[in-house]
Design a protein around this ligand. Structure first.
Ligand code: CP
Length: 353
């Protein structure tokens, strides 16, 4: 595997520092209004097995801004994919590959996105695969932090969310390319990390980042950046908390961020959330200058434009061979013996960004 670049963006492990610098320099140019000379409109296939607002619409908008087109290639009432008298995934993907130039996929199961990448000669972008990864969200998050606060290597970063959240794993992996001064996980004391998350944190520690763990959101407010989302994604997805109204009010008080807590701490923390939010980010935070979650949404467009433009131009990614630790994705992982590890849990679903 060493030295093999890849056509797909399936994991944050596929990205090295040169890839990151290239995406961010293109994204900065797009964010500042640059547009490439038109080189022929391409067709982007959107294969989504789970709901998505930001990723699906964001890629659609990014493609349109570049002068390209999108087509929905998901299973739908009008398609034969998955139907009793229909077609299997292989024939479906081989067919749509003849119509498209690139596929963006959000899949229910971790392994499906790799299966898609094997079935097609086209480049595939992982738009979130079960409890796997969400590499373009992590690119958006890191780009947004650096646009607002500068070099992340000078900053302290806290992460408060369900540790099975796919954006979180990709984010921690990307941080290892530009390690912050300090990285703090905010989790309930009983929560044990998956071996992939523990490995990503080991990579950060090995890069010189000071690692800490707290169990109250107030203890993160002295950081430069806080990325927050619900701690209860797995419960929400498994149906243990099913009603939308209950979902909106589900977070424990100590993991809930309110404007009152931020103001009482006189905190300058940059508040990030990949969205959708639940009750962990109280709407009172929205009017604070700290809030950056809709800035993330806005900056997702130039980042996705940058990713699309390099992949449509045939540019490859460094590939996972460059990664220092390469444990299996969570669907196939087992708990490690470390006290900060945890076993596999319910697969992520549409309420996880
Ligand atoms: N952040 C994110 O992935 O949002 P969606 O689930 O709406 O795509």
């Amino acid at each position: 595997m060493v030295g093999q670049s890849v056509k797909d963006l399936l994991s944050a492990d596929d990205i090295d520092e040169a890839d990151l610098a290239d995406v961010f320099s293109k994204a900065a140019a797009f964010a500042d209004g640059a547009l490439p000379a038109r080189a022929g409109a391409k067709m982007i296939g959107l294969f989504f097995e789970q709901e998505s607002t930001r990723t699906r619409i964001g890629f659609d908008v990014a493609a349109s801004r570049l002068g390209h087109h999108v087509v929905d290639v998901s299973a739908s009432p009008g398609s034969r994919l998955g139907k009793a008298q229909g077609e299997d995934l292989e024939d479906h993907i081989r067919t749509v590959s003849e119509y498209c130039d690139l596929i963006v996929a959000r899949t229910e199961h971790v392994a499906t996105v790799e299966e898609l990448a094997r079935l097609t000669h086209l480049p595939v972008i992982n738009g979130g695969n079960g409890i796997g990864e969400h590499p373009t969200q992590a690119l958006v998050d890191l780009f947004t932090i650096e646009r607002r606060l500068g070099d992340i290597r000078q900053l302290s970063v806290a992460l408060s969310c369900d540790p099975t959240a796919r954006h979180a794993l990709s984010f921690m992996k990307l941080l290892a390319l530009r390690p912050p001064q300090r990285f703090t996980l905010c989790l309930a004391p009983e929560t044990i990390l998956s071996n992939v998350a523990a490995a990503a944190i080991d990579d950060l520690r090995a890069s010189g980042t000071i690692i800490d763990r707290v169990d109250n959101i107030v203890a993160t407010l002295d950081h430069d950046v806080l990325s927050i989302q619900t701690q209860k994604a797995a419960s929400i997805i498994s149906g243990r908390i099913g009603e939308m109204d209950a979902v909106q009010h589900v977070e424990d008080e100590k993991f809930t961020l309110t404007a009152e807590k931020v103001l009482r701490s006189r905190s300058k923390v940059m508040i990030m959330n990949p969205l959708p939010r639940h009750s962990e980010t109280d709407k009172s935070c929205d009017s604070l200058p700290n809030a950056a979650y809709f800035e993330q949404v806005r900056l997702s467009i130039p980042v996705r434009m940058a990713v699309l433009s390099r992949m449509l131009a045939g540019r490859r990614w460094a590939g996972r061979s460059h990664s220092r630790s390469r444990p299996e994705w969570p669907e196939t992982s087992s708990p490690t013996s470390s006290p900060c590890s945890r076993g596999p849990s319910a697969e992520a679903g549409p309420l996880v960004s």
